[in-house]
Design a protein around this ligand. Structure first.
Ligand code: SF4
Ligand code: SF4
Length: 363
């Protein structure tokens, strides 16, 4: 099938938000502001059907996420099913409330990889950001169980004003936990992140200092810890190729079964998303209006349309474009060619100087 100049390939990855329930309350959570409740979550059999359809569609990697995916008592059964389909399973977890026996059961079910979030490198700071006393201690225990089972571990650290100055300690923590990889992700400002931008966004100076410390640590820890990090959007010259392009490489399924091109796509007003409880996943991937809306390059306005980076960053993030300009088909305001770029920089500077308390994620 062809849309514009781009043949539609099969997706490589699927992010499954198994539940939006989570004991933590991170103020930048990537879940939507309108969280889906337990009563609308798909059943075990529904999820198994989704993963069987995903495998038939060509998906190779599953990211089992949430909320907190271990809040579902059927997680082992779901992983065992994925394992029989030869799908690579990556569990994205806060690591809270998972005792040693459950880690053993998850490993026995065939889990391939664990990505553990850490909010900050000390118990006090971590538990403050997470809004949950005891979270840090539980995470460190989980990291020990994961590595003692021989499962590969990645630490995921979302960076913002409250932890950017302790990035070196976060790096040391990841190394001492036995992680092979550290993903440093800066807060994305839509959904909860946008709600809390005035209390989360760091200054440009703090970002530059953080990136320099990461670069030094990369050299120091070369061969033992891989550190993934990119310059955060508001301080970058060009946007990132969000999701590798809209409807190009991966898809998201919400707890109730809605299929999204990216986890924040529901922030775009006017787009409707189909459910895997009503239509096959392949039909939604190839034929739905929502997936085809910003696929390829034919939807692009200028300056993207004639830009030589249009098949590198695919015009950037549609959710960010909508959040900032009110138009989902606008050039990502992060881009230096966008007419909104100066305004974005002014807002970043003003919000970085604001002293607001953040609002924790809640139902
Ligand atoms: S970001 Fe925090 S609140 Fe959101 S799902 Fe992850 S651990 Fe839970
Ligand atoms: S103009 Fe569009 S395609 Fe070109 S760099 Fe900016 S966002 Fe990317």
């Amino acid at each position: 099938m062809t849309v514009g100049s781009t043949d539609i390939p099969a997706p490589m990855g699927l992010l499954a938000e198994l539940t939006h329930r989570c004991p933590l309350k991170c103020p930048y959570c990537s879940n939507p502001v309108e969280l889906e409740r337990r009563s609308v979550e798909m059943s075990t059999d529904d999820w198994k059907k989704v993963f069987s359809q995903a495998q038939a569609l060509g998906v190779l990697q599953l990211h089992l996420s949430g909320g907190e995916p271990s809040a579902r008592g059927d997680l082992e059964e779901i992983i065992a099913h994925c394992s029989t389909l030869n799908l690579y399973t990556n569990l994205i977890t806060a690591g809270v409330g998972i005792p040693k026996e459950r880690w053993q059961a998850l490993a026995d079910a065939g889990l391939d990889h664990v990505q553990l979030s850490v909010q900050a490198p000390t118990a006090e700071a971590n538990d403050f950001v997470a809004g949950f006393d005891g979270a840090f201690r539980a995470k460190i225990e989980s990291a020990g169980h994961v590595t003692s089972l021989g499962l590969p571990l990645t630490i995921n650290a979302v960076i913002h004003r409250h932890n950017i100055n302790t990035i070196e300690d976060t790096i040391e923590l990841a190394a001492s936990c036995g992680a092979r990889r550290l993903e440093v992700a800066h807060v994305q400002y839509y959904g909860w992140g946008l709600k809390n931008r005035q209390s989360l966004i760091p200054t440009r100076e703090a970002v530059l200092d953080c990136m320099a410390k990461i670069e030094a640590a990369r050299e120091r820890l070369s061969g033992s810890l891989v550190i993934d990090a990119v310059v955060p959007d508001y301080y970058a010259r060009f946007p990132k190729p969000c999701m590798g392009g809209w409807g190009a490489r991966s898809l998201n399924v919400t707890p109730s079964g809605k299929v999204l091109p990216c986890h924040a796509a529901e922030t775009i007003a006017g787009l409707t998303f189909e459910s895997v409880t009503e239509k096959p996943l392949a039909e939604i991937w190839y034929e739905s209006e929502s997936f085809n809306k910003f696929r390829g390059t034919t939807w692009m306005p200028e300056p993207c349309r004639s830009c030589d980076r249009r098949e590198i960053d695919w015009g950037g993030c549609r959710c960010q474009a909508f959040a900032f300009t009110g138009r989902a088909d606008a050039t990502d305001p992060v881009c230096e060619k966008s007419t909104f770029r100066n305004r974005l920089s002014e807002i970043a500077e003003a919000d970085a100087a604001a002293e607001e308390a953040f609002e924790y994620r809640s139902f």
